[in-house]
Design a protein around this ligand. Structure first.
Ligand code: ADP
Ligand code: MG
Length: 251
């Protein structure tokens, strides 16, 4: 049994079938990549997994229990965190504050900002937040306002905001999008280290270097359907995959 099992999930937007009988099984402690052309439904699938979208039909089991009836907050509390395609950070707050907010949320079960003044053990959370910033290579910028960061740094900050919640399952939507090669390689190293801590990851990624560096299993989504789920070594030569990519991205 996988940590995450997606069975026959459908999602329509008006007349458009964004997800069409999607099945996915993610094994505990692995990196599972989802690849596929633009518009294939990858982000829609992730949005269904974190409760931002409700599928029309289908089932999702997380740790063997139904997920879809839960609210985004309950899903997050159950140990699922997501890094978005566009970083969602608090632009006017410092990096340290950005990481402390989800740390409070994790501990107190809400994002209530009143916690700032009255909280006990704030020093402990601050230390934890600083350690997370160090992990992602941003410790020196702890007191910089987040809005000033480069795109690569914003993504790293968002990763720290996820990790501080100690997720069991991390969902990443194009974590290296818009990054230069050096930044991409740093992100690959960071994700490898995250994987070594036992966190399961589902990663949507265009960059095949990233996919083949990290993934133990790859699902290929095209027009809302998983056309192939296989080991990385079997993906590149698969004619169905090559067809799905014709005229679009290249493997
Ligand atoms: P991907 O992440 O693989 O590029 P998406 O999941 O973003 O693809 O989109 C899948 C399809 O669903 C696309 O055709 C997109 O235009 C459409 N879509 C996504 N979100 C919405 C929405 N909220 N309303 C209407 N159509 C949407
Ligand atoms: Mg997308």
């Amino acid at each position: 049994m996988g940590i995450l099992e997606v069975k026959g999930v459908n999602k329509n937007f008006g007349g458009l079938k964004a997800l069409d009988e999607v099945n996915l099984e993610v094994e505990q402690g692995t990196v599972h990549a989802i690849i596929g052309p633009n518009g294939a439904g990858k982000s829609t699938l992730l949005n269904c997994l974190i409760g931002r979208l409700k599928p029309d039909t289908g089932t999702v089991l997380y740790e063997g229990k139904p997920l879809l009836a839960r609210s985004p907050h309950e899903i997050n509390q159950a140990g699922i965190s997501r890094v978005f395609q566009t970083p969602e950070i608090f632009a006017d707050q410092t990096l340290l504050e950005n990481v402390m907010i989800p740390a409070f949320a994790r501990r107190d079960g809400s994002f209530a900002m009143k916690a700032w003044n009255s909280v006990s053990g704030e020093g402990e959370l601050r230390d934890k937040a600083l350690a997370m910033l160090e992990d992602v290579g941003l410790k020196e910028k702890a007191h910089v306002v987040a809005g000033q960061l480069s795109r690569g740094d914003k993504r790293r900050l968002e990763l720290a905001m996820c990790l501080v919640q100690e997720p069991k399952l991390l969902l990443l939507d194009e974590p290296t999008a818009g990054m230069a090669r050096a930044d991409t390689n740093n992100t690959i190293d960071l994700m490898k280290r995250i994987g070594q801590t036992g966190i399961t990851m589902v990663v949507i990624e265009h960059d095949m270097h990233v996919v083949f560096s990290l993934a133990q299993k790859i699902s290929v989504l095209a027009q809302g359907t998983v056309i192939v789920e296989d080991l990385p070594e079997n993906i590149k030569g698969n004619p169905k995959v090559q067809e799905a990519y014709l005229g679009g991205a290249h493997l």
